[in-house]
Design a protein. Structure first.
Length: 448
């Protein structure tokens, strides 16, 4: 079994500049972000942060890469933008090695201490090591936390760590391994006990969710209302309050980002998405361009900007952005689909086909690409090729356009009965989509 202690363990005796006793590293990490966000422009970071060699920075890099599993390049970017610390990609594995050496001696010492503790909280959860299924165990004592990665979640792990008999109080959930292993005093986890007493009926859950929303406990309200929707999908009121909750959560996160990093490329991107959602295309374009100035190689930005131009029918600008994005990521399926849509809109149908076909090779679950490709084949007179593509997109046809193209293809192939059915379905979808839109504008219940 591979064992690693928690970063919150009291290792200050082994590290001259280690954590202070009783200090949580997560609090220190938040303090770093606060320093980076609040320092006036041009003022350098404190020396102990900027010097790149402290144990806290090493622990942070290792935590992000090993526990949070962030890519090394993302870690490099976050440190540079949030803390003003520039590191090389090679510094990340160096941090792993340094941390591994630092905890090599304390690990067995902490394991030996586990059976002597008066109270232990224990839990385990699924984990993967190089793709192999594992379980990560956490044993929480008052002065330290011990983590272990094992190939099983059975009682043998507890025996190896605590011995055949643990004489202290074991706090756990109701997993059978804990109940059969420990014969002494136990404390069931309060969170699990409270879970068993949670409201279960629709009216109870709705009342709880609305109360949590009123108290601005939006994360709890979202969990409660989502639980209600899972058991009662037709509950319109639950859907309304869940939408308001997500809106409040989004606004809260947006405010935090604006306050902490007002000039970052992510903030400009978020503003652009908001403008685009409200159909303020020119404002969205301005924010995307500012984001691209700060992050010129971010493929997602070029793709989003290209789509805004495309929606405006500014075909030349859209083509320039989308082709620039393909140079960054040649296999980006969404960009290929947008280029196919661009050429379809310009009636340059023959140019659209290879882009759409390539997009579907990279991502076969794109109804929009199937619809565009089928439409292109109809325009080119390749009706037999059009039918299977349009049929794959038909299930998500909202406005009736796909079924209309299907009716044209079927008619040209001499399948009059199928053509009539497709045309009738197209007209039905056009009526219901218009009725839904009118109901939304009028603020009345949606048409069944």
């Amino acid at each position: 079994m591979v064992r690693r202690p928690s970063a919150s363990g009291d290792l200050s005796a082994q590290e001259p500049n280690g954590w202070s006793p009783g200090t949580s590293p997560s609090i220190n990490f938040r303090m770093w972000f606060a320093i980076a966000a609040e320092r006036p422009p041009g003022r350098p970071l404190p020396e102990e942060i900027a010097r790149h060699s402290g144990p806290r920075l090493t622990a942070l890099i290792a935590y992000w890469t090993v526990v949070c599993r962030l890519p090394r390049r993302r870690v490099e970017t976050m440190l540079a933008e949030a803390l003003g610390i520039e590191i090389s990609l090679g510094s990340t594995p160096n941090a792993w090695e340094e941390l591994s050496q630092a905890v090599e001696q304390p690990v067995p010492q902490l394991q030996e201490q586990l059976p002597q503790e008066a109270v232990l909280n224990v839990d385990e959860t699924g984990w993967r090591t190089n793709g192999a299924k594992r379980w990560i165990w956490a044993l929480v004592a008052k002065p330290f936390v011990f983590y272990g990665v094992a190939s099983t979640r059975g009682a043998e792990v507890l025996v190896s760590l605590l011995g055949t008999v643990f004489r202290g109080i074991l706090c756990s959930d109701r997993w059978v391994v804990y109940l059969t292993y420990h014969s002494g005093r136990m404390q069931l986890c309060w969170a699990h006990w409270q879970e068993s007493r949670k409201p279960t009926t629709g009216p109870e859950l709705l009342l709880l969710g609305k109360t949590q929303f009123t108290l601005q406990r939006y994360d709890h309200a979202a969990d409660t209302l989502a639980r209600l929707q899972a058991i009662d999908k037709g509950n319109v009121e639950a859907g309304y309050w869940l939408a308001r909750t997500y809106q409040a959560l989004g606004a809260e996160c947006y405010d935090r980002l604006e306050e902490s990093f007002p000039g970052s490329w992510c903030t400009h991107q978020l503003r652009a998405e908001g403008y685009n959602m409200h159909e303020a295309a020119n404002d969205a374009i301005r924010e995307y361009l500012l984001a691209i100035q700060l992050r010129p190689d971010e493929a997602e930005l070029h793709e989003a900007l290209g789509e805004v131009y495309l929606n405006k029918k500014s075909y030349d600008e859209a083509q320039a952005e989308l082709e620039r994005n393909l140079r960054l990521e040649p296999s980006r399926a969404r960009t290929l689909c947008l280029l196919g849509r661009l050429y379809t809109g310009k009636r340059e149908t023959e140019k659209a086909v290879p882009y759409l076909a390539k997009a579907l090779r990279y991502q076969p679950d794109m109804p929009e690409a199937y619809s565009l490709l089928g439409t292109a084949y109809v325009r080119l007179g390749q009706y037999a090729d059009a039918v299977p593509e349009l049929e794959k997109a038909a299930a998500l046809d909202f406005y009736g356009d796909v079924h209309y193209q299907l009716s044209l293809a079927y008619r040209k192939l001499g399948k009059a009965e199928l053509a009539n059915k497709a045309l009738a379905r197209s007209e039905e979808l056009r009526r219901t989509s218009a009725a839904r839109h009118q109901a939304m504008v009028s603020g009345v219940a949606e048409v069944e």
